[in-house]
Every structure is written in C-alpha cells, then in structure tokens.
Design a protein around this ligand. Structure first.
Ligand SMILES: Nc1ncnc2c1ncn2[C@@H]1O[C@H](COP(=O)(O)OP(=O)(O)O)[C@@H](O)[C@H]1O
Ligand SMILES: [Mg+2]
Length: 226
C-alpha cells in the first residue's frame, strides 16, 4: 500500500505545489491522476520517486516512511519502481535490445539472465522483431513501448508513468494504456498521470483529480487485486 499523508511541497521559489495532499493507493491498483497543468501531479510523482523531498507530511510505502529513508537505501527503493517518461529518455543511438538490457546491467544483473529477460519483455510489448533496430528509427508509439519494456525489465512492484502518452498519437496512446492494463492484471500497481480525459474514459480505473496541490475528486472505481 502507498499512503500520502498530509503532504506539503513548497519549492524554493515560494510556489506551494502540494498543499496537504492525502491519498491511499492499495496494492495492485490502476490509478489515473488527472488535473490541470501546474496542479502538482509531477511533484507528487517526484516525491514518490524521491527526486524531491516534501516540506512536510509523510509518504508510507509498504509500511516504510520513504521521507525519512537513509540515503544509501534510496537506490534499492528505486529498484522496486518502474518509471516511464513522457519524453521516453531512451538512448537513441543504441538498439531496442541494448536500451532495455542497460537497465538490467546497471543493477548488476547476471549477463546470462539479461538476454532471456529482455526478449521476454520485448515480446510483451510486441517489439521482439524490432530488437536490433536503433531507437532513433522508431515511431513515437514504438519508442514508448521500449520505455515500457525498460520499466518492466527488473520486475518492479509499482509502475509510475508521468504523461507517458503526451508525445504519441491517440491510437498508440490507447495501446500504451492497454499494455499498462495487462501488466496491472498481473498484480503490478500502476500510477499514471495524464491530462487526456478521453483516454481515461476508455478504461474503468480509479481516477483522482488534483487541483492546486490537493485531491479534489476520487471516483472510487477501485480495482483491487488481493
Ligand atoms: N523545480 C521546481 N521549482 C519551482 N517550482 C516548481 C518546480 N517544479 C514545479 N514547480 C511549480 O509547482 C507547481 C506544480 O508543478 P507540477 O507538479 O509540475 O504540476 P503538473 O505536473 O500538474 O503540471 C507549478 O506551479 C510549477 O510551476
Ligand atoms: Mg507534470
């Protein structure tokens, strides 16, 4: 379970990005976070990934308060998260395979494991036949499927995606959320920020809305896997 308790974030500029936010995310849930630009969505995710520290409040992940976590524990915590970015953040001159394999190398995976695991996740995102293509030759939708494969390769318990469909067309966006949805069906918690309400409405998942750093709407369509 993930619990945000009264989280406040004031940036040095004086902007209050989160203003006492409370949110509970059960294990195995698929959660859409929506809200206007500047409402605090990315800040919420950055606090969760420990890119930013809250000014006050707590974030409890599986019983652990991550806001007081020791620095040396942060890399291990991050390994339990799979992160998908709006701008893909792939290495364009490397192949699809190399991009995904790289994420396994950096955590010190055994080279023997890498090849079969990378093939497996590339198959999941339907990219096995593009494995040896350079990323720069791919379409936006394909790049994001590589991003998804990379996020999945170390088998994280939680996937976090900040506007993952922000740079791809509507049909491809639907595919990406469909893929996230099938990953969620296997028990992975998925938290996806988007401002694409049309896309959100195509799925029957919980939707929370943030405005001025507070949760203002929670439709309670809770999909929970025991
Ligand atoms: N690093 C930062 N320094 C100062 N202000 C920031 C920073 N990041 C975001 N903000 C401000 O905090 C508010 C919330 O931003 P953000 O969390 O990025 O919103 P969203 O993702 O919903 O568009 C905005 O007013 C934004 O300008
Ligand atoms: Mg944002």
């Amino acid at each position: 379970m993930i619990e945000f308790k009264n989280v406040v974030k004031n940036y040095e500029t004086g902007t209050r990005a989160l203003d006492g936010l409370n949110l509970i995310i059960p294990d195995g849930q698929f959660l859409f976070i929506v809200g206007a630009s500047g409402s605090g969505k990315s800040t919420l995710l950055k606090i969760f990934t420990k890119e930013e520290e809250p000014s006050s409040g707590k974030v409890i992940v599986n019983g652990l308060d991550i806001t007081t976590m020791k620095k040396r524990k942060i890399p291990y915590y991050r390994r339990s998260l799979g992160i998908v970015f709006q701008d893909f953040r792939l290495i364009e001159k490397m192949t699809v395979f190399e991009n995904v394999a790289f994420a396994m190398h950096v955590i010190g995976a055994h080279p023997r494991e890498v090849s079969s695991r990378v093939d497996y996740v590339l198959n999941l995102v339907d990219l096995r036949d593009k494995s040896s293509r350079k990323v720069r030759e791919l379409s936006g939708g394909e790049k994001q499927r590589v991003g998804l494969a990379r996020a999945l390769v170390n088998n994280p318990g939680i996937i976090i995606a900040d506007e993952p469909t922000g740079n791809i067309d509507p049909a491809m966006s639907f595919d990406i959320v469909n893929l996230l949805s099938s990953i969620n069906e296997c028990g992975t918690t998925v938290i996806m920020v988007t401002h694409d309400i049309t896309l959100v409405k195509m799925f029957n998942f919980r939707v929370v809305e943030i405005s001025h750093g507070r949760l203002i709407n929670d439709n309670k369509k809770v999909v929970k896997i025991e």
